[in-house]
Design a protein around this ligand. Structure first.
Ligand code: CAA
Length: 287
């Protein structure tokens, strides 16, 4: 398949990343099907896309015609078979749990046309392991976006052990057609490149506060004004979702060892369902 053959993109998962990726694909002119397991979740994702497109139009980042065309090209769907029956590419952005993802990939493999490329937006899980539950591991790679997808330029394109070069080349071309900058990650290691650096930074920040070496304000000022990140470590956790950070860390801890042990402060935030912006409260309040 060539880039010009791609018309229909299905995004599985209408959560923070899923609806953001669907929006990016719609803005690039593709027909997009946004699928989740319940009507209410898909509708919520669709509403979030509308909100974001309105913001972009208000700020003249896109024109009103562009906004209207993008929202019209997104079709919310619940039935998996209907969602993928004409998909050229499926971008999967469902919950970060290996077992659930494997079940979905098995179902997807049976439902999708043979030509369909599978690209996982997983933040850290093994692309190789996920690809092995399908009969098309050579047509399977990682396509990792950053939060918020509409504002972040980078996309990691990750090779699994079985991925064909044509697949990663095509997915990198697709990312470019979205207006993004793809970076090839040649080895399928937990956290890939960005999260292998960023997630331990956020975890270390939590350990420092938990052990009373520093306050949240001190850590965030430092990460912003000295290390020059666009957000402080705790602001970033709230932006990405503290639950997502913990999922990545748990996996890195399991596979890579004790250096990645999650801080109890992060665990507490997740136990209290203080995930960040999406729940209205995290390390900061958003209500
Ligand atoms: N669509 C449209 N507008 C949006 C939006 C969206 N999805 N999300 C926020 N906005 C709007 C806000 O409502 C706000 O609007 P107003 O100006 O009307 O108030 C505006 O954008 C925010 O603008 P700011 O001036 O606060 O910030 P900015 O535009 O200068 O930059 C940012 C925002 C691009 C997110 C910047 O802060 C940034 O780069 N932060 C770091 C993000 C990052 O590193 N993400 C990656 C995390 S790691 C990850 O995601 C991987 C993983 O697997 C865990």
């Amino acid at each position: 398949m060539e880039l010009d053959d791609i018309q229909t993109i299905t995004v599985l998962g209408a959560g923070t990343m899923g609806h953001g990726i669907a929006e990016v694909a719609a803005l690039a002119g593709y027909d997009v099907r946004l699928r989740d397991i319940e009507e209410e979740i898909v509708q919520d994702g669709y509403d979030q896309i509308e909100w974001s497109l309105d913001k972009l139009a208000e700020k003249d980042i896109i024109g009103e015609d562009e906004r209207d065309a993008a929202i019209e090209s997104v079709e919310p769907v619940v039935d998996l078979e209907e969602a993928v029956d004409d998909a050229d590419v499926v971008i999967e952005a469902i919950i970060e749990q290996m077992d659930i993802k494997k079940d979905v990939y098995q179902e997807l493999d049976a439902a999708a046309p043979e030509r369909t490329i599978f690209a996982s937006n997983t933040s850290s899980l093994s692309i190789t392991e996920l690809s092995e539950v399908t009969d098309r591991p050579e047509q399977f790679c990682g396509m990792h976006f950053f939060n918020p997808p509409v504002q972040m330029d980078l996309v990691e394109v990750i090779n699994g052990a079985h991925t064909a070069e044509e697949t990663t080349d095509l997915v990198a071309d697709l990312a470019e057609s979205f207006g993004k900058t793809p970076v090839h990650v040649h080895k399928d290691e937990p956290g890939f490149v960005v999260n292998r650096i960023l997630v331990p930074l956020m975890n270390e920040a939590c350990w420092m506060v938990a052990e009373d070496f520093a306050t949240i304000a001190e850590v965030d000022s430092t990460t912003k004004y000295d290390i020059n990140l666009p957000m402080g470590a705790f602001e970033l956790g709230d932006q990405v979702g503290n639950d997502v950070i913990l999922h990545v860390l748990d996996y890195m801890h399991e596979v890579l060892g004790d250096a990645y042990e999650p801080s109890p402060l992060l665990q507490q935030k997740v136990d209290d369902e203080e995930y960040g912006k999406k729940t209205g409260k995290g390390f900061y309040d958003y209500e």
